[in-house]
Design a protein around this ligand. Structure first.
Ligand code: DX5
Ligand code: ZN
Length: 230
């Protein structure tokens, strides 16, 4: 089952509650599975966004669970506060974490899903033994820092290798892709084995963001189905 997580990085930051509601489901139609919240500290990436006060407010403004992607230094120090602020899933970067196993366990113990992200140049192989500690693995398909960048096709082999490792160990963890995911790239990601799709500009750049979410989900599910048959 494909999940679609709109990234509010491409939304209007002065109207976040309203922007969240634009991707909620209605009686007849499913909406976003999670709301993807990009936290940037101007150190790990050259951009600055928001912190725990905004997450706390968003939590009260929408029923969609929050998927917080921390593009920050010292996640060991800061990530637990995002669980307390109301995140249902917290993603830290492998490149920034001092003790990823301890941090993942702390996030889980506080009651959220624990997730780890890999920048494009970071391989999955050194982390094979850590996978059981995680609920989700995020393969970045752009260099983190900005929305609206072009999808990096060269990441498809890493998505495939990660899917193989997950299946080899019989794990349930989700495989997320983030960056440049759109109607023209989501099928390649799904065929490679991703099952959680972050989309910023492809959702919030659309006239009807909720319809864009549904169209992306359908494309991903059809591509995953044909991948399995093939
Ligand atoms: C990039 C962020 C992404 C970003 C994706 O560093 O992590 O979540 O919002 O935006 P699009 O979908 O426009 O590439
Ligand atoms: Zn992100």
């Amino acid at each position: 089952m494909a999940q679609i997580n709109p990234s509010i990085l491409s939304a209007d930051f002065a109207r976040l509650a309203e922007e969240a509601r634009r991707v909620e489901g209605t009686d007849g139609a499913a909406g976003a599975d999670w709301l993807h919240v990009d936290v940037m500290d101007n150190h790990f990436v050259p951009n600055l966004t928001l912190g725990t006060p905004v997450v706390e407010s968003l939590r009260k403004a929408t029923d969609i669970p929050l998927d917080c992607h921390l593009m920050i230094e010292e996640p060991d120090r800061w990530a637990p506060a995002y669980v307390e602020a109301g995140a249902g899933s917290v993603t830290f970067h492998a490149e920034a974490a001092a003790a990823p196993v301890r941090l993942a366990r702390e996030i889980r113990a506080k009651g959220a899903r624990a997730s780890m992200a890999l920048k494009p140049a970071t391989p999955i192989e050194p982390y094979e033994d850590l996978l059981p500690e995680l609920d989700m693995l995020l393969v970045m398909t752009v260099e983190p820092g900005f929305g609206g960048q072009a999808f990096l096709d060269i990441m498809l082999p890493k998505i495939r290798r990660t899917r193989q490792l997950i299946d080899k160990h019989g794990l349930q963890l989700w495989l997320q892709v983030d960056g440049g995911v759109s109607a023209s790239t989501i099928e390649r990601c799904a065929e490679a084995g991703a099952d959680v799709f972050v989309a910023g500009s492809a959702v919030y750049g659309a006239d009807d963001p909720a319809a864009a979410v549904r169209a992306l989900r359908q494309q991903a599910e059809e591509a995953a189905g044909s991948g399995r048959e093939g």
